[in-house]
Ligand binder design. Structure first.
Ligand code: NAD
Ligand code: IPM
Ligand code: MN
Length: 353
């Protein structure tokens, strides 16, 4: 029996609501599979933990998480309790950094039964590969002076190693898809980083002659993401460009509540981490209406990562049948509760085993 050991960090807000649902779904999938099981270790790290202990996680927290095969995370952040820069650097970004999760893979596509806000969404199906460790998210910089003279300096950091690694990941992914990679750039700007990014892209592309490439300025790309998303296959982007682009990707699918992500460790030294694109959604917490699909699609990415692509596809296909039949939470125009959507998914999965 194959066992996958998951460190489960529901975190804050709706993370605490959607994660248990996704675990139920994973258990159902494992039961159907017969040869697969999940072992969960739960961690109550988050803003409430901070209020009790003065830190977002235990002192040995990273070591405990490292004992897992993967980390399954909900969302982090509740600014009514802890300032975001403390909660995020203390948990989410800490895990991304210390586990060297240098690649963030974020798919977006027309999801059956979910109305895209686009007039003509065609059948877009794309993946953003986001460099996840540096770029605009560097810790280099600071604040100085006071009052009206205060200034804030943020240095972007682009290493050739991490930049190339993200690009190689995008090219390899494109080889299993429609063989097209778009580089999100801004080399018409006055930055040092983006001409460098372009050079590394060109150099990387030379090793993948079977892949068509295009470089597009991020501002124009953001517009075309909305007007013609079907033109894209794989997009490689820096950390902040990728962050914004993937919320646009979520938006054109119909809701940020359905978008998934995989934060990948490529050097094998630490577990990878799986979390939806959305945050803790303080405005809907406790109402039972959080869309569970972001967390459930994230579970699909986790299954894929552990070599269970067949189960992953079955899970997502069944999810799309459920939405196609009108089981929709309010963010995507329905009136169903989170429970209704998940119960229906589990019921249908069980009929397939
Ligand atoms: P958010 O994603 O939490 O919410 C944005 C909007 O989308 C809200 O109106 C919310 O109700 C809605 N929404 C999000 N997920 C939904 C779901 N599953 N179903 C239905 N509606 C959903 O973004 P925000 O408001 O910018 O941030 C709130 C908090 O979450 C902040 O503390 C922020 O830093 C944090 N955050 C964390 C993560 C993460 O942990 N990966 C990601 C983004 C934001
Ligand atoms: C995301 C989030 C995070 C990011 C925040 C919460 C730090 O927006 O996962 O997309 O900017 O990466
Ligand atoms: Mn984001």
């Amino acid at each position: 029996m194959k066992k996958i050991k998951l460190a489960v960090v529901p975190g804050d807000g709706i993370g605490v609501e959607v994660v248990p649902h996704a675990l139920k779904v994973l258990d159902t999938v494992a039961e159907m599979h017969g040869g697969l099981s999940f072992e969960y270790e739960h961690f109550d790290y988050g803003c409430d933990y901070y209020l009790k202990h003065g830190d977002m996680m235990a002192a040995d927290g990273m070591d405990r998480l490292r004992e897992s095969d993967s980390v399954f995370l909900g969302a982090v952040g509740d600014a009514s309790k802890v300032p975001d820069h403390i909660s995020l650097w203390g948990l989410l970004l800490k895990i991304r950094r210390e586990f060297e999760l240098e690649i963030n893979v974020r798919p977006a596509k027309v999801f059956k039964g979910i109305q895209s806000p686009l007039r003509n969404p065609k059948d877009f199906d794309l993946v953003v590969v986001r460099e996840n460790s540096e770029g605009e998210y560097s810790s280099v910089g600071g604040r100085m002076y006071h009052g009206d003279n205060e200034i804030a300096i943020q240095n972007n950091v682009f290493s050739k190693r991490a930049t190339k690694q993200a690009m190689v990941h995008a090219f390899k992914l494109a080889q299993s898809r429609r063989r097209h990679v778009t580089s999100a750039t801004k080399s018409n700007g006055i930055f040092h980083s983006m001409p460098f990014w372009d050079e590394v892209f060109k150099e990387t592309a030379a090793g993948y002659k079977d892949i068509d490439t295009v470089s597009q300025h991020i501002d124009a790309l953001a517009a075309t993401f909305v007007t013609h998303p079907e033109r894209y296959d794989v997009i490689v982007a820096s950390n902040l460009f990728g962050d914004v682009l993937t919320d646009i990707g979520a938006g054109i699918m119909g809701s940020i509540g359905i978008a998934p992500s995989a934060n990948l460790n490529l050097n094998g030294r630490h577990p990878s981490m799986f979390e939806p694109v959305h945050g803790s959604a303080p405005d809907i917490v406790g109402k039972g209406v959080a869309n569970p699909i972001g967390q459930i699609w994230t579970a699909k990415l986790l299954l894929d990562h552990h070599g269970e692509e067949e189960m992953g596809s079955l899970l997502l296909d069944t999810m799309e049948q459920v939405t196609a039949d009108g089981f929709l939470t309010p963010d995507v125009g329905g009136d169903r509760q989170t429970d209704d959507v998940v119960d229906e998914l589990i019921r249908r999965l069980k009929t397939k085993s």
